[in-house]
Design a binder for this molecule. Structure first.
Ligand SMILES: Nc1ncnc2c1ncn2[C@@H]1O[C@H](COP(=O)(O)OP(=O)(O)OP(=O)(O)O)[C@@H](O)[C@H]1O
Ligand SMILES: [Mg+2]
Length: 234
């Protein structure tokens, strides 16, 4: 396996350009080096899969790429913008408008209905009510949940909750979808449907980064990278 250094070629078409990024966590009993000098370029419209053992740093990387967290050192350019120079409100705007997240744990809001959960990020974007509803219904139809609009997350199965999370990520039509183990809680048929949904976003020209333990899911991607002990390998 070759460590993925020097894959950080300047490329006008890069959506993501991370150079030597590191992230550690400090706790009472010591330090964990979750990411260790990771460099990664992802071009607009690419579909990449990231695999690696549990605890290797995949979710840490996803949080940084999705502007939910920052690196300790290194440079992270998103769409040509150096993220270190961006104010919090600019980072939030990019997150809301350009990035869709599908988390390992679904991160649905328990007090909101299915359709309200999907519509919430559109509210942050200031999209008018009627348009929010139209987009949310269409995304829920795409994941086969039109019959569960007023259910609360606890009234759904794990797989259905994951599909709500996917509908929420695609409703805003983001440029980048970051999916962290989106099929981890699904049976193989639902998992295949989820992969087809991600593939359909990719075919629409969107960039998809999939974190997965499943080699068969990773094979949907154009490129497969591996994280091991905080280092990225290609
Ligand atoms: N908030 C945190 N505080 C302290 N340590 C953390 C924190 N988040 C992650 N870590 C540690 O950083 C390392 C990488 O964690 P990360 O969640 O990125 O792994 P992962 O590859 O996503 O694992 P999994 O496949 O189990 O989801 C682990 O050793 C983990 O214990
Ligand atoms: Mg993880």
């Amino acid at each position: 396996m070759k460590e993925s250094r020097n894959v950080n070629q300047a490329n006008g078409n890069a959506l993501i350009n991370a150079a030597d990024i590191s992230r550690h966590y400090t706790m009472a009993d010591g330090t964990v080096q979750a990411l260790d000098n990771v460099s990664l370029t992802v071009n607009v419209g690419e579909f990449i899969a990231i695999t690696g053992p549990s605890g290797s740093g995949k979710s840490t990387l996803m949080n940084i790429l999705g502007l939910l967290d920052t690196c300790d050192s290194g440079t992270y350019m998103f769409s040509g913008l150096d993220t270190k120079t961006l104010a919090d409100n600019e980072l939030s705007r990019i997150r809301n408008e350009r990035i869709g997240f599908i988390f390992q744990s679904f991160n649905l809001i328990p007090t909101l209905s299915v359709v309200e959960n999907v519509a919430l990020p559109l509210t942050y974007r200031g999209i008018p009510t009627a348009k929010r509803l139209e987009r949310s219904l269409s995304a829920l139809e795409a994941v086969g949940l039109s019959g569960r609009l007023s259910h609360k997350p606890y009234e759904l199965s794990g797989g259905q909750q994951q599909r709500v999370a996917i509908a929420r990520a695609i409703a805003a039509d983001p440029d980048l979808i970051l999916a962290d183990e989106p099929c981890g809680n699904l049976d193989s048929r639902s998992g295949k449907e989820v992969m087809e949904l991600l593939l359909s976003r990719h075919k629409c020209g969107k960039t998809v980064i999939l974190i997965t333990h499943s080699l068969s899911d990773a094979k949907y991607a154009d490129r497969i990278l591996t994280v091991c002990d905080g280092k990225l390998y290609k």
